[in-house]
Design a protein around this ligand. Sequence first.
Ligand code: SF4
Length: 373
Amino acid sequence: MKEISLYIHIPFCIQKCSYCNFYSIPYDAKLTENYIRSLTKEISQYKNRNNTLTSIYLGGGTPSILSFAHLLSLFSAINDTFSTPPNIEVTIEANPATITKEVAQNWKILGINRVSIGVQSFNDDELKILGRIHSKKEIRPAIEMVRDNCTENISIDLMYGIPGQTHETWMKSLQKVIELKPKHISSYCLSLEKGTPLFDEQEQYTFPSEDVQKEMYFRMLSFLEINGFFQYEISNFSKKGYGSQHNISCWKGKEYIGCGAAAHSFYDMTRRENIPDVHRYITYMQNDQSVCKTKKVISEREFISDMIFLGLRLSRGVSLSYLKKEFGFDVTAEYSETINKFSKLGYLTIENDHLKLTKKALFVSDEILSEFV
Ligand code: SF4
């Protein structure tokens, strides 16, 4: 049996956040019902592949708005289709405003053992600008509800670079997170994406400058380290043994199946993207048509580039001997110019057979990583 991870996309949200350019639409009960039916059908199509799952990830959108009945249908389809060893990581993304005691208890019954909560900030003005549906007072009860009734394996998402955010409000948010004792923290800089309300209304706001964002990032690194968090990826931090298995597997170039509208997959050296439209996705599934929008077979050379590009995001970096042994690929020879250039600038280093970004490079990593594509 071949090992693979599974991603399920739930593209429904109660309200669109002002900065969000992920594929999601407003929650609608009838539409969700039809979507879940189509999703279970798509999952079942993988029945003959003989796959053993290494992790399951329900992302979105806001998967935490799904009812127990809908989640049960999904997990029944997953268990009927794949071999699912006990104790694999099963994550659900959640919005604090959707978590109740009953919801958390249901997740436990279903085998969900990791909850990733989109907190973003502990400042109500910042939450309002982001268009989040929760306020700061809902965060602590939501996290305690998860811990008491489902799992202590909780991840918190935080954001910096928010209009009006200062070093003081940023450090306060970080302090609050630490007090809530999560096992994992993901923290991304707000990026202004075309087509979002925040992009269109950007003139109204004062954004922290790039220098301030950079300082926020480095203050966070020190603060989280002092508080016992290990940085295992550019934007991800965990207590020992609590790194996200699902994401680490993707960053290592392992195979994954994505089901649902707009979901991406990578298996059999092929990248696939599903139709990013719930209505068409449902119609196509009902008519037994393919929901795959694009399909690209990648060459071994492209795969190696992806492994380097993704592997450099991880603190441990990219194993040079592994690529040499598995593919006969000499990273230092193939990328000698790039490696020399960035090593001289103090952005790249080779330590114990691993090519990795230095701490100084972490905030400007996109520019460096793009040279390995
Ligand atoms: S909850 Fe997440 S997916 Fe939904 S609109 Fe907000 S950021 Fe986007």
